[in-house]
Structures are given as structure tokens and as C-alpha cells.
Design a protein around this ligand. Structure first.
Ligand SMILES: [Zn+2]
Ligand SMILES: [Zn+2]
Length: 270
């Protein structure tokens, strides 16, 4: 199994060496570091770029040198990747950055809609915040736009809002259908993501059941990602991902397949 989605100290994760030790220990054949990156021009998010460690566009070459040196020391494939904040309307800027940087592959993620993140610390019951139904609708619109843009090889945690107590369970069948149709028509592959942890400590997988089934029923392929930020997070999440692949009869996309599918960006010749 290749874990296509882990973080390092080049954004908000652990040091490369200990992360690789833990990935190898968890039995992975390969691990991809997909550090956070934002190329937004929105003042609100530009101001938060450094706070949330999303300036990987300035440091990716340093991490690339480090990965190059570490590759010889480990018996697993190490992929040089990125997780970009997707914001509808910023496609040209994202494409220009990805073309210039030339990662092995790129993940795209919807982490915020408007001025609000979709993470559980965000409180949508306070005055001035949009209604949860509006956030859910805007979120899935952005996920559909992400799939249609084909900017990314992988779409990360496509229903991460289901982990937010005020947003969970509100999506409509129509929204599920639109997201599934968008990925069925796109070269971008959604991932099965094991990041979120339920209250009893078990990994909580995304996409959640009805969306996972809708995607699988349309023949959509998947990658898997632990979204590990700390070495200790690999083992349990790798096990959980193996179980979900078994349950849903998912054969994750191989690195060669992923390169062949590519996004709309020019790909290096095989
Ligand atoms: Zn993410
Ligand atoms: Zn991530």
C-alpha cells in the first residue's frame, strides 16, 4: 500500500526521518509527503498563511533536496507531493504554481468556504456566520469545481465536513449525486482519508458511506491517505485503510496509474 497523503515539518507535520521510520514500520510500500500550500490572493487567507503554515510554495525545493537524500536510506518509495488549498476562481494561479514546481503529484483540498474553515473548531452558531446549509452547499459546489478543474491528481478528504458536528448529516442526495458524477467524469482521483478520529479514538474514514458507495458504483478509483501529521499516527490508520479497502472491495490506484491519469497539466513523458 502507498500512503499518498502525509505531512512533514515543511508544513504542520513531523520531521521527515521519524515520519519515514514510522511509515516503514507500518508496512507501507510507499509514502507521499503532501505538505500544505496556499497560493491564495484573498486578503483574509493571505493574512493567515503563515499562522497555518501554508507557505510551502516558498520551501518545497528544500524539502525536495531532503527527500532526495533520504530516498537512498529507506526501503520504501518516497513521493514528493503537495496539498494545495483549492479556492474556486484561483485555478490559473494554482496551475501556474504546479507547472513550475513539478511535484510527483498534487492533492487539492477544500479547507474553507468564504471566510470560514470547515474544521470542527469553527462555530457556525455564532452571529454573523453563514447558516450550516449554506456552508454545506458552498462546500460541495467547491468540491465539484475541484473535480471538474482536473488540476490535481488527487482530491483529498472530499467530505471532510461530515466530521464537523454542525455540518454533518445535512447533505442532500442531490449533492452526493453531483459529487459522484463529477469524479466519474474527471481524471482527478478521490482519496479514502483516515485523518479524522472519532471520540472513541478510532480512525473515521472519508468519504463516508453513501458517498463512498456512490463513487464506487460509478467505477471511480481511489487512492488512500493516512493524512498523518505525527509518526505515531501511521500504524493504526494504515490498518483502518486496509480494512475499508477490503470492505468496499477497493483496489487503490498505483503510482504508475496515477501518473498516467494525470491532471490537465502537461506530464513528463513516461
Ligand atoms: Zn487537508
Ligand atoms: Zn492533509
Amino acid at each position: 500500500m502507498h500512503d499518498y497523503h502525509a505531512h512533514s515539518v515543511y508544513s504542520d507535520g513531523g520531521h521527515l526521518g521519524p515520519m519515514l521510520d514510522a511509515a516503514a514500520e507500518a508496512g507501507l510500500e510507499g509514502v507521499g509527503f503532501a505538505d500544505h500550500c496556499s497560493v491564495t490572493r484573498d486578503d483574509h487567507w493571505v493574512a493567515k498563511r503563515d499562522r497555518y503554515a501554508r507557505h510551502f510554495d516558498l520551501t518545497y525545493e528544500r524539502r525536495r533536496d531532503a527527500i532526495e537524500r533520504l530516498r537512498g536510506e529507506y526501503d520504501l518509495a518516497v513521493h514528493d507531493a503537495v496539498e494545495v488549498d483549492y479556492e474556486p476562481g484561483s485555478e490559473d494561479r494554482i496551475a501556474a504554481f504546479l507547472d513550475e514546481a513539478g511535484f510527483d503529484y498534487a492533492l487539492g483540498s477544500v479547507h474553507y468556504v468564504g471566510r470560514h474553515t470547515v474544521f470542527s473548531f469553527e462555530d457556525f452558531s455564532t452571529p454573523g456566520t453563514p447558516a450550516p446549509e449554506t456552508v454545506v452547499a458552498d462546500y460541495y459546489d467547491a468540491v465539484v469545481a475541484l473535480a471538474s478543474s482536473e488540476l490535481f491528481e488527487i482530491a483529498a478528504h472530499v467530505d471532510v465536513i461530515e466530521a464537523h458536528p454542525q455540518l454533518a448529516g445535512r447533505r442532500t442526495d442531490e449533492q452526493v449525486r453531483r459529487v459522484a458524477d463529477a469524479f466519474a467524469a474527471s481524471r482527478t482521483v478521490p482519496e479514502v482519508n483516515a485523518k479524522r478520529t472519532t471520540r472513541d479514538g478510532e480512525p473515521d474514514l472519508h468519504p463516508t458511506d453513501d458517498l463512498l458507495r456512490a463513487l464506487r458504483d460509478r467505477g471511480v478509483r481511489f487512492t488512500v491517505g493516512t493524512d498523518a501529521h505525527r509518526p505515531g499516527e501511521f500504524a493504526e490508520r494504515v490498518d483502518a485503510l486496509a480494512r475499508v479497502c477490503d470492505t468496499y472491495d477497493i483496489e487503490p490506484v498505483s503510482p504508475a496509474d496515477l501518473r498516467r491519469r494525470g491532471g490537465s497539466r502537461p506530464r513528463p513523458a513516461e
